[in-house]
Design a binder for this molecule. Structure first.
Ligand code: ZN
Length: 299
């Protein structure tokens, strides 16, 4: 099934649900950043979470940034997801590998680390972005995002995110977010019911691998609660807005002396985009042109 995002409601609008499939996105991230198994799982989970979080925003330019900084060997992790369906991200130490945890699963919790912080920035495209920080709970990412939603955004939520990565790469990835809105929140047991239903799923990726679609997964979780699946299917993809021109712009800001130094020592410059791993090469001639531009501007 192609990478996509689908929304649903239930309980006469008191429950909002969103599901995303990110199999190709996670695989593209794995290849671009040469991610280990556990790094693929960590970044893939966070990219799904970013797309799920941004889906509740209204303005077309809206973006969510998720930064996770734990005390584990993965270092830091950053994801940037847009309401336009684009997402990108990276981890600090992509080659870190850990043995499976006691459940035989990829040990994302220990790779990220259980002590540290989760930062979420919601940017609607103008004014000051809304940002908030919570302490990590488990480093497993799903739990940490759920805790963030409950404490910082006061929206009781049940969330599941998963990535299955084998020798041939990522074969299933995605997640589901179910939120209980204020009009239904008086029913405090509702979130607990939803959480226990999600817990019984025993993971998101096995459902995808067994051929279940997002509407079928919604049906499993909310079928008896007045489920309404919204008809729009939103495509989602790995995309980074970097370009050679932007790299040249950044190089230009280094100033004439530094550029001259690069021309003499390296006969050019090489820059790698953190977010997507793209490598840009600027030749000595291109750097010389930047110096000409700087001189022309200063006249
Ligand atoms: Zn890039």
């Amino acid at each position: 099934m192609a990478d996509q995002l689908i929304r649903a409601t239930a309980a006469e609008g008191g429950i909002r649900a969103v599901g995303v499939i990110t199999t190709r996105i996670a695989e593209e991230a794995r290849q671009r950043h040469k991610l280990s198994y556990v790094a693929t799982a960590a970044l893939g989970r966070a990219m799904s979470a970013g797309l799920l979080l941004v889906s509740s925003m209204k303005r077309a330019e809206s973006r969510v940034n998720i930064r996770i900084k734990g005390n584990g060997p993965l270092g830091g992790l950053l994801v940037d997801a847009g309401l336009d369906g684009t997402v990108r991200g990276y981890v600090e130490n992509p080659a870190v590998e850990l043995p499976p945890n006691e459940l035989g699963k990829l040990d994302v919790g220990n790779a990220v680390g259980r002590d540290g912080y989760l930062y979420v920035v919601r940017d609607v495209g103008y004014g000051y972005p809304y940002s908030s920080t919570v302490e990590l709970i488990s480093g497993e990412i799903g739990d940490d995002i759920t805790n963030y939603l409950a404490t910082s955004e006061q929206t009781p939520s049940a969330l599941i995110v998963g990535v299955f990565v084998g020798a041939e790469g990522v074969t299933a990835a995605g997640g589901i977010l179910i939120q209980v809105l204020p009009k239904a929140a008086r029913d405090e047991t509702l979130v607990e019911i939803l959480e226990s239903r999600i817990a019984k799923l025993s993971g998101f990726t096995p459902l995808l691998q067994s051929g279940k679609t997002l509407p079928e997964i919604f049906e499993l979780l909310l079928g008896d609660m007045g489920l309404v699946i919204l008809p729009d299917i939103h495509m989602v993809r790995f995309h980074c807005g970097c370009s050679f021109n932007r790299v040249l712009g950044a190089l230009k800001m280094l100033g004439e002396a530094e550029l001259q130094d690069m021309i003499e020592k390296d006969e050019g410059a090489e820059a790698t985009c953190h977010f997507c791993g793209e490598i840009y090469q600027a030749s000595g001639d291109e750097l010389a042109k930047l110096i000409d531009d700087l001189r022309a501007e200063s006249v």
